[in-house]
Write a protein that binds this ligand. Structure first.
Ligand code: N2P
Length: 360
């Protein structure tokens, strides 16, 4: 009897040890998930989630290129995903092992297929535009009743000068800023001509004195606290700034607009790097994120549109009706997407970006 008890306890102990051993390493954008989802996942599966965040594709890419990042799931944006797949940085994904992948809408899958042909290496996560987020009262104090609907607010130096005293942030994302700069200047947003990018760089250099910071996540808190009055930012993050201000009842009202000239629309996807060790755990978490209730939770928390077809029917009406989060056909017409640049052109853009940021 004693021996049996001993055996049983050894067995139980080993099961517990095995369960406790299961983990998945995730590297995701900051402010890009409902934290509750990860707790629910661990409670349900016993798989521990080790979760780190970044706020730029360049940071993620540097980690992947250095090799052995240790991550099982990462979340690159479309154009980066495309070139990283080509560089052999991701493992193929077997969609038949993801029962919930069929929840993704055909439009979102088609968008992702423009970066990952055949959808062999990735799963859509969230999609969004890049636009202008601003403090309603402070902008009104400087521009009066004038409608805020154009890139002119941030790309015309005379306008930006008027905003510099209340604080201007730009995303630290050359793809976003060069894309919208090309559009503002009336140039081809998929131009392959370095001269076009140099024109954008020249325009940005004129704006540089009025920009407090290039950063891709701090603008959420800075807008919400009233520390800055305008940012070129991403849709979901900008509305997170609005929610945070409302939660703190500080009377700060934040708005976000898709400029009338149009803007870049992007899509982030879940992918499993080569060298990832916890593959079945990665599949389990990806499938968990693709549940309708998870995607809904994510959109409610982050204000980013998820890729699921059904979501729009169950989300709160104020999110679905927000055309800056779920654009209607009219808004959609103003969107364009970005593809990776040829290496030589990418070098020019990277060099110009450093030049703009350093103000030299
Ligand atoms: C989340 C930012 C995700 C959008 N804070 C940029 N890929």
């Amino acid at each position: 009897m004693k021996r049996l008890l001993l055996c049983v306890s050894i067995l139980m102990f080993s099961f517990a040890a095995i369960a406790a051993d299961r983990q998945v390493y995730v590297y995701n954008w900051s402010d890009y998930i409902a934290p509750k989802l990860l707790d629910d996942f661990t409670r349900e599966t016993g798989i521990r989630v080790v979760y780190d965040t970044y706020d730029s594709n360049e940071t993620l890419e540097a980690k992947l290129l250095a090799g052995h990042s240790g991550y099982d799931i990462v979340v690159p944006s479309g154009s980066f995903l495309q070139r990283q797949i080509k560089a052999g940085l991701y493992q193929p994904l077997d969609r038949t092992k993801l029962a919930n992948a069929s929840n993704i809408s055909p439009e979102v899958d088609a968008f992702l297929a423009s970066y990952d042909p055949g959808l062999r290496h990735s799963i859509a996560y969230m999609w969004f535009s890049t636009g202008i987020a601003y403090n309603v009262e402070k902008i009104k104090a400087r521009f009066g009743e004038r409608a805020i609907d154009s890139w002119d607010v941030v790309f015309n130096p005379d306008n930006l000068r008027k905003l510099s005293d209340c604080g201007v942030y730009f995303l630290d994302s050359p793809e976003d800023i060069f894309s919208v700069g090309l559009r503002y200047l009336g140039l081809n947003t998929s131009s392959k001509n370095p001269a076009d990018y140099l024109r954008v760089s020249t325009a940005l250099q004129k704006l540089r004195p009025f920009i407090k910071k290039f950063h891709s996540s701090e603008y959420i808190g800075a807008l919400a606290a009233g520390d800055i009055c305008v940012a070129i930012g991403w849709a979901g993050d900008s509305f997170q700034a609005r929610s945070r201000a409302r939660e703190s009842s500080n009377n700060i009202d934040i708005n976000y607009i898709v400029p009338k000239e149009g803007t870049i629309m992007s899509l982030d996807a879940l992918a499993v790097p080569v060298g990832a060790k916890n593959i079945s755990e990665a599949y389990a978490l990806i499938d968990h994120l693709l549940r309708p209730e998870s995607a809904e939770q994510n959109t409610k928390t982050t204000n980013f549109a998820n890729g699921l077809a059904l979501s729009k029917q169950t989300l709160p009406p104020e999110i679905v009706a927000n055309k800056a989060v779920y654009p209607d056909a009219e808004t959609m017409k103003r969107f364009f997407t970005a593809l990776p640049l040829e290496q030589a052109l990418q070098k020019v853009v990277t060099r110009e970006w450093t030049r703009v940021k350093s103000g030299r």
